[in-house]
Ligand binder design. Structure first.
Ligand SMILES: NC(=O)C1=CN([C@@H]2O[C@H](COP(=O)(O)OP(=O)(O)OC[C@H]3O[C@@H](n4cnc5c(N)ncnc54)[C@H](OP(=O)(O)O)[C@@H]3O)[C@@H](O)[C@H]2O)C=CC1
Ligand SMILES: O=C(CO)COP(=O)(O)O
Length: 341
């Protein structure tokens, strides 16, 4: 990459806006793209994202556009931050516009809906051989926007690219680590959203702190079981991309997935809870894909399974909880660490 890296951030929601501001502040030549022309004009005029992140004053050096070809002209790196349901379509849209050498990164947490495919699989299939990286870790956009200390991690098969992208993000209040376990990093970020619905629901039902800790720990076990079976490295899942983000999302009320669980636990219908949150809540789609992957591998992931059932409206949170508590008594690790069924 040249001295000043040109980055296009695609997706002008809360996380795309926060990441674009960080990149611009830390010296990258950054352009933020959003699909809504009126919103992008308003953003450029106010130098704030009044809809998604009103508290953040955006740096003067950040450019804005709703024109994809303008956003992608001569870029070194494209960073995709749209919700997972929009990811595949956007990959298709950028194909004719992306410079041949540009690297592809994403901070989206989720899967391709309906297939269980990871986002790196979509990127790899469409752009074989390109440097590709996922940016993940425990990071509420609002806290990053406020300049509060945050640790992120960037994983790419190409360690040099992971390190280069981490260096672009890294700054006084943002520690960016790097690694090469793309699958593990993606799985952690997607699965913690599903597990946060469970802890949120328990908290919404006022089941206490013991229940919360039990669900987080047994949820971590599910993440490890599925991750290791898929080929993830356990240490990735025990790090920022897994445990770190699981703890944040299961305990932090800024989490939309936790808030969804809390609302469901209080008896609020799903549609009403989603409307009140008013932003993307990835667990609704990810729960389907986590269970799909587990079934493919013949793994029993009871918390994830019951979250999916509650999100499908097949059972209430209290029925889900009763079913979890009624499971047979057994050793904590029946067939060795991370391999229990
Ligand atoms: N917010 C956070 O703290 C973090 C979020 N993430 C992840 O980042 C991803 C994006 O989340 P976040 O920014 O929070 O979501 P928000 O709900 O804040 O914003 C979603 C953004 O995506 C845009 N969008 C929706 N559909 C499309 C589409 N089809 N094409 C283009 N743009 C689209 C929306 O545009 P419009 O306004 O026009 O609808 C909006 O700008 C998610 O996968 C999330 O899990 C990861 C880490 C932290
Ligand atoms: O991924 C996040 C923090 O790391 C944001 O979590 P929510 O999507 O639940 O708000």
């Amino acid at each position: 990459m040249s001295d000043t890296t040109r980055v296009a951030v695609l997706g002008a929601g809360s996380w795309g806006t926060a990441l674009a501001a960080v990149l611009a502040r830390h010296g990258s030549d950054t352009c933020l793209w959003g699909r809504d022309a009126a919103q992008m004009t308003a953003l450029a005029a106010a130098h704030r994202n009044l809809r998604y992140l009103p508290e953040l004053e955006l740096p003067d050096t950040l450019a804005f556009t709703h024109d994809l070809s303008r956003a992608l002209a001569n870029v070194d790196v494209v960073l995709i931050v749209v919700p997972s349901h929009a990811f595949a379509t956007l990959l298709l849209q950028i194909e004719p516009l992306l410079p041949a050498q540009a690297a592809i990164a994403w901070a989206t947490k989720g899967f391709e809906p309906g297939t269980g495919r990871f986002l790196h699989e979509l990127v790899g299939a469409r752009y074989p051989g390109r440097p590709a990286a996922v940016v993940t870790g425990p990071s509420f956009a609002r806290e990053v926007a406020q300049g509060l200390p945050t640790a992120l991690t960037v994983h790419a098969l190409d360690a040099t690219f992971a390190q280069q992208l981490a260096a672009l993000l890294h700054g006084p209040a943002l520690r960016a680590y790097s690694g090469t376990d793309v699958l593990g990093a993606e799985l952690g970020g997607a699965m913690k959203n599903v597990l946060a619905v469970a802890t949120g629901a328990a908290d919404g039902m006022q089941l206490g702190l013991n229940a919360r800790a039990g669900l987080i720990t047994r949820g971590m076990n599910e993440m490890l079981r599925l991750g290791v079976a898929l080929g993830a490295h356990a240490e990735t899942l025990m790090g920022l991309a897994g445990l770190g983000d699981l703890v944040l999302t299961c305990t932090g009320d800024l989490s939309r997935n936790r808030r969804l669980g809390m609302a469901l636990g209080r008896g609020v219908p799903l549609a009403q809870a989603l409307a009140e949150i008013g932003q993307v809540v990835e667990s609704v789609l990810s729960a389907e894909e986590v269970v799909r992957l587990a079934e493919r591998l013949d793994l029993d992931l009871p918390i994830s399974f019951h979250v999916r059932a509650v999100l499908r409206g097949e059972m209430t949170p209290s029925e889900g909880l009763r079913a979890l508590l009624a499971r047979e008594q057994k050793p904590e690790y029946p067939s060795g660490l991370f391999e229990s069924r």
